[in-house]
Design a protein around this ligand. Structure first.
Ligand code: ATP
Ligand code: MG
Length: 302
């Protein structure tokens, strides 16, 4: 038994190091999480070139993941509005074989989803072995938006006996248990909080309102949620501290510079997949024998 505070299995995925990794000892503070990047690209060409290289490597890694067929990869994206979840997901996944990758967006739960426990709707959409699943928002909303607006609990059909004072801690435990279970069974979980500043969100909202092609993105609820900024930040800090684990790490990514944010996320995904040291399956003697029989039959046709 390990003397660590966590009982850690050697075979489990272990987070790769990064300046953006949220520590698993509960010491993460928002004050230490920058929204600004420390470096940037020379120009758009430089960005495209560097991102292109990482995305190419990701494509190769995904092919091996698929052939290896033992691990699945779950990428979770959480952020305030206009932080750039959609464009980051697009950038990271561009060029990846669509058969090996699927994106799910989670909005307000439907009536039938509310008739189940809060992990049900996401569990139904977990990636199969060999595949990459992306959650654009996730079960973390249950300790973020629901925590900021606890009146939502009244629509969740929960038993009356549930104590609303303990509910967030209990949900953290449910999430920890579920993620540990997934990790033990071969799922690589990487969670990204795209950390945009309040000032930059304001600029992006104004740009949405001022630009005809962006106006469709605007929703009046965006402004309402912005009014709860500080409560959201507290909820994020708590959730990240409670649930960043070596086998299911959070990364707090500076999001004020979009190209840098996308590149940083892509690099973390790439390095995490590389750390698995996946290889194309090696056939045994018997299978190799069957292959040479098949080859002979093909060559001897007609
Ligand atoms: P975009 O605005 O870029 O299209 P989005 O992810 O913000 O993407 P919206 O339809 O604007 O999508 O918002 C979805 C809303 O659903 C968010 O406000 C989110 O907090 C809310 N939501 C997601 N999951 C839950 C949940 N479990 N309970 C209550 N609200 C939720
Ligand atoms: Mg929105």
């Amino acid at each position: 038994m390990s003397t660590n505070i966590y009982y850690f299995y050697d075979y489990m995925f272990k987070a790769i190091q990064s300046e953006f990794l949220v520590p698993s000892d509960g010491s993460f503070s928002l004050a230490s999480a920058s929204t600004k990047s420390s470096s940037s690209f020379d120009d758009n060409k430089d960005y495209k070139k560097k991102l292109g290289k990482v995305v190419n490597d990701l494509q190769d890694l995904q092919k091996i993941l698929y052939a290896f067929d033992k691990h699945s990869v779950l990428l979770i994206f959480q952020a305030m509005d206009a932080a750039g979840k959609d464009s980051t997901i697009r950038a990271v996944m561009s060029g990846i074989n669509p058969a090996g990758c699927q994106v799910f967006s989670f909005k307000k739960p439907s009536a039938s989803e509310l008739d189940h426990d809060f992990l049900w709707r996401t569990n139904k959409n977990l990636p199969e072995r060999g595949r990459i699943g992306i959650f654009n928002r996730s079960y973390y909303e249950e300790v973020l938006v629901v925590r900021v607006h606890p009146e939502i609990l009244n629509f969740q059909n929960l038993p009356d006996e549930i104590d609303q004072k303990n509910i967030w801690q209990e949900r953290f435990e449910s999430i920890q248990d579920m993620e540990k279970h997934l990790a033990r069974n071969g799922t690589i979980i990487l969670k990204f909080w795209l950390n945009v500043s309040k000032e930059e969100q304001k600029n992006r909202f104004i740009s949405r309102i001022d630009t005809q092609e962006k106006q469709w993105k605007w929703s009046s609820s965006d402004l309402r949620e912005r009014g709860h900024w500080d409560e959201y930040m507290r909820a994020y800090e708590d959730a990240l501290n409670a649930t960043s684990k070596p086998w299911a790490p959070w990364y707090a990514i500076p999001a004020d510079d979009k190209p840098y944010m996308r590149y940083t996320v892509a690099k973390i995904v790439k390095k995490s997949l590389e750390s698995l040291e996946l290889k194309y399956p090696n056939l045994g003697d018997e299978e190799r024998g069957k292959l040479s029989d098949a080859r002979k039959l093909l060559v001897d046709e007609d």
